[in-house]
Design a protein around this ligand. Structure first.
Ligand code: GLN
Length: 220
């Protein structure tokens, strides 16, 4: 410490140091940008101090510290991902890197999907039922208690799935009608609602914190 200080007082030109410090402080978080509301996620990430990267190619997975799978239509995501080996690269990524799935993204992460059954990345220990709350017209906004500090949270539901069952290791952070709507399992996080559509960014903050602590662990 004192060594650094004395070096600073001698050299005076320090332009490289603050830049390096800022880069390590801002995790690069990818947002799968195939369809859906990826821009709103990118904006929320920026507002909580992360650097968003719009991911459209499997090669980009190597450049990011974490990934958000946004809402949209899970069947459309799957169709796109099945091209160019993207799905298998993603399967590998989600095994070890922090990943947050919202709505359709939550469906993609689950070990089991119903109504109807479909392929998934199988990393969130849960059964997720698609379109469990009805059609588009049944989309709604609720405010409910969560385990996140700071009081009740606004939750925007759009043709939302239901986490019908969770298995070992899944920590429930919020519920709706007795079913989990926000969960965490190791380096995986999932929400059946759209946190990017609310001004309150506590959910993104939580994910960025998870990414940061994962970065700390893997560099040790
Ligand atoms: N109903 C969509 C699906 O099954 C998810 C809706 C959403 O992401 N808002 O993929």
């Amino acid at each position: 410490m004192s060594g650094t200080q004395s070096r600073k007082s001698i050299t005076k030109t320090e332009s490289d140091e603050p830049k390096a410090a800022t880069r390590t402080a801002s995790p690069r978080i990818g947002v799968l940008a195939i369809q859906g509301d990826y821009d709103a996620h990118a904006q929320a990430l920026r507002e909580v101090g992360a650097e968003p990267v719009l991911v459209r190619k499997p090669e980009q997975l190597a450049e990011i510290d974490g990934l958000i799978l946004p809402g949209g239509e899970s069947t459309t995501f799957l169709k796109f991902l099945e091209r160019d080996g993207f799905l298998s690269s993603l399967r590998e990524f989600v095994q070890t890197k922090p990943t947050f799935g919202t709505c359709a993204g939550c469906i993609l992460l689950a070990t089991e999907v119903t109504h109807p059954p479909q392929k998934s990345l199988g990393v969130l220990n849960a059964t997720v039922e698609r379109n469990a709350y009805g059609r588009q017209i049944d989309s709604s906004i609720h405010t409910a208690a969560t385990e996140l500090p700071g009081g009740p949270l606004e939750m925007v539901y759009i043709r939302a799935p239901r986490i019908a069952k969770t298995g070992e290791g899944v920590n429930v952070l919020a519920q709706r009608d007795g079913f989990p709507v926000l969960v965490e399992q190791g380096h995986i996080m999932a929400a059946t609602f759209h946190p990017e559509l609310s001004a309150d960014h506590r959910v993104h903050q939580r994910f960025v914190k998870m990414v940061r602590s994962h970065m700390g662990r893997s560099s040790r």
